[in-house]
Design a binder for this molecule. Structure first.
Ligand code: UD1
Length: 417
C-alpha cells in the first residue's frame, strides 16, 4: 500500500490538461461487447477502473490491445457470460456488462454488487428494466442470472434517475426487436456520449440528454472509432484546487458546458472562472464566500463534486449548508476533514460547514474515490504536512494526479505506507 504526502500551503499556478472521462470510458469500452470486429477508443485514461474493465472484457473472451491512450477491442470471440465476484467487488460499474451480454448471448451471470462505502447502491432498476425487455432474472448465490431468448422493445420508467441503469438498458435495447422508450432517464453527458458511440456503430438512439430516450432496435452493429470526452469531475477538482490555494490555473482540454452548475457555485463563492480560447482560467480569492449546495442528477450539482466543494467551504467566510440527495452515506470524508481542523456537523443528509478555519496537516485515510480527492485538496490548502493513506482509491479515477499537481507547483510525493 502507498500513501501520498503533501506539504501544503503553496499557491498552485500553471496549466493542466484534463484526461478522458472515466465514467464515459467505462460504458463505451463495454459497448464493444455488442459488436464483432475491432473498435478503437482514443483518449482513454490510464486508471485502475479502466484496467479492471479491460480485464473483465478479456475474461469474457474479447481481445484488448492498448497503446498509450488508444485502446482497441474486438469482442468477436466473446465466449463467456460471467462477470465474477472478484472484479465486480472492486468496481461496481462492472454491472454494465449485463445489458450487452444479454443482447449478444441471450444470457449473463454477473456478481451482484454489494454495498459500498457511500451507500447501499442497489441495481434493482437495471434488473426491472431488463425484465421489461423480456429477460428472466433470478438471484442465486450472490449472482444475477439473466436469460432471454430474444429481447423485445418496451416502455421503461425509472423510479429514480440512474446513470449506469440508463446506460445498461440502452445497451440491452439497441439489438432488441422494436422500439424501447426510457423515461426519467439520466441526462448526464456520459449517457449522451454512450448514445453517440452506439449510433456511430449503427444504433438508432434519439433523445439522449433529455429524460426520454428512444431506441429503435437494429439487427447488427458495426465497429467504429471513438474519442472519450474530457473528465468533468477531474476538471472540477482542479478548479477547486485553484480555489483552495488562491491559485491561478489554466485548465485545458476540458468541456465547460458540462460544468455549468459547478462553475456557477464557484463564481458565487468569489472564484473567478473565465472561458479562454483553449480552456478555462480559474483564479482563487483571499475571501471565499459561503455558498449552499444540493447534489442532484445532471444538470444539477454533481454528487461526485460534493466532497471537494466541502473543502472550499471549510475555508469560506460563514456557514454553508451542503445537502446530499443521491447517496445516503456520502459524508464519510467529514471525519477525516475534522482531523484537519474542519468544523462540519452532519445531520442525516445535510452537512453544515462553519468556514473561516485554517486547515492543519494531519494523517488521514482515503475511504472512496471522491473523498480521497477532497483530502488531497485539503492537504494542498493546509498548513504543514498531510499524509493520506489508502490512496488506491484515488488511482481509480484520477490519472497521474501527483504529476499534474506537481506541475502546478504542489509539493507532494507518493511513498510506501
Ligand atoms: C454513476 C457514476 C458515479 C456517480 C453516480 C451519480 C459511473 C460509472 N458512476 O454511478 O460516479 O456518483 O452515477 O451521479 O458512471 N439506484 C437505485 N436502484 C438502481 C440504481 C440506482 O436505487 O437500480 C439509486 C442509487 O442507490 C443512488 C441513485 O439511484 O441513490 C443514483 O445512482 P446511479 O445514478 O445509478 O449511480 P451509478 O450509476 O452507480
Amino acid at each position: 500500500m502507498e500513501k501520498i504526502v503533501i506539504e501544503g500551503g503553496r499557491c498552485l499556478e500553471g496549466t493542466v490538461t484534463v484526461s478522458g472521462a472515466k465514467n464515459a470510458a467505462l460504458p463505451m469500452l463495454v459497448s464493444a461487447l455488442l459488436v464483432e470486429g475491432w473498435n478503437t477508443f482514443h483518449n482513454v485514461p490510464d486508471l485502475k477502473d479502466i484496467r479492471t474493465i479491460k480485464k473483465l472484457l478479456i475474461d469474457l473472451g474479447a481481445k484488448v490491445e492498448t497503446s498509450g491512450s488508444v485502446v482497441k477491442i474486438d469482442a468477436g470471440g466473446l465466449n463467456s457470460h460471467e462477470a465474477p465476484y472478484n472484479l465486480v467487488r472492486t468496481m461496481r460499474a462492472s454491472v454494465l456488462v449485463l445489458g450487452p451480454l444479454l443482447a449478444r448471448l441471450g444470457r449473463a451471470r454477473v456478481s451482484l454488487p454489494g454495498g459500498c462505502a457511500i451507500g447501499a447502491r442497489p441495481v434493482n432498476l437495471h434488473l426491472k428494466g431488463l425484465e421489461k425487455l423480456g429477460a428472466s432474472i433470478s438471484l442465486e448465490h450472490g449472482y444475477i442470472e439473466a436469460q432471454a431468448r430474444s429481447l423485445k422493445g418496451a416502455e421503461i420508467y425509472f423510479d429514480i434517475v440512474t446513470v449506469t441503469g440508463s446506460e445498461n438498458l440502452m445497451m440491452a435495447a439497441v439489438l432488441a426487436e422494436g422500439v424501447t422508450t426510457l423515461r426519467n432517464a439520466a441526462r448526464e453527458p456520459e449517457v449522451v456520449a454512450l448514445a453517440e458511440a452506439l449510433n456511430l456503430m449503427g444504433a438508432e438512439i434519439t433523445g439522449a440528454g433529455t429524460p426520454v430516450i428512444t431506441i429503435t432496435g437494429v439487427k447488427t452493429l458495426k465497429p467504429a472509432s471513438f474519442t472519450i470526452m474530457p473528465d468533468r469531475i477531474e476538471t472540477g477538482t482542479f478548479m477547486i484546487a485553484a480555489g483552495v490555494t488562491q491559485g491561478n490555473i489554466k485548465i485545458i482540454g476540458c468541456e465547460p458546458s458540462h460544468l455549468q452548475a459547478v462553475i456557477r457555485k464557484l463564481q458565487q463563492a468569489g472564484i473567478t472562472v473565465e472561458q479562454e480560447a483553449d480552456g478555462l482560467r480559474v483564479v482563487g480569492t483571499e475571501t471565499i464566500s459561503s455558498v449552499d449546495i444540493e447534489t442532484l442528477p445532471y444538470p444539477g450539482f454533481p454528487t461526485d463534486m460534493q466532497a471537494q466543494f466541502m473543502v472550499l467551504m471549510c475555508l469560506a467566510d460563514g456557514l454553508s449548508v451542503i445537502t446530499e440527495t443521491i447517496f445516503e452515506k456520502r459524508f464519510i470524508h467529514v471525519s477525516e476533514l475534522q482531523r484537519m481542523g474542519a468544523d462540519v456537523t452532519v445531520t442525516g443528509t445535510t452537512a453544515v460547514v462553519k468556514g473561516g478555519r485554517r486547515l492543519a496537516g494531519a494523517p488521514v485515510m482515503a475511504t472512496d474515490l471522491r473523498a480521497s480527492a477532497s483530502l488531497v485538496l485539503a492537504g494542498l490548502a493546509a498548513e504543514g504536512t498531510t499524509e493520506i493513506s489508502r490512496v488506491y482509491h484515488i488511482d481509480r479515477g484520477y490519472e497521474s494526479i501527483e504529476k499534474k499537481l506537481a506541475q502546478l507547483g504542489a509539493r507532494l510525493w507518493r511513498v510506501p505506507a
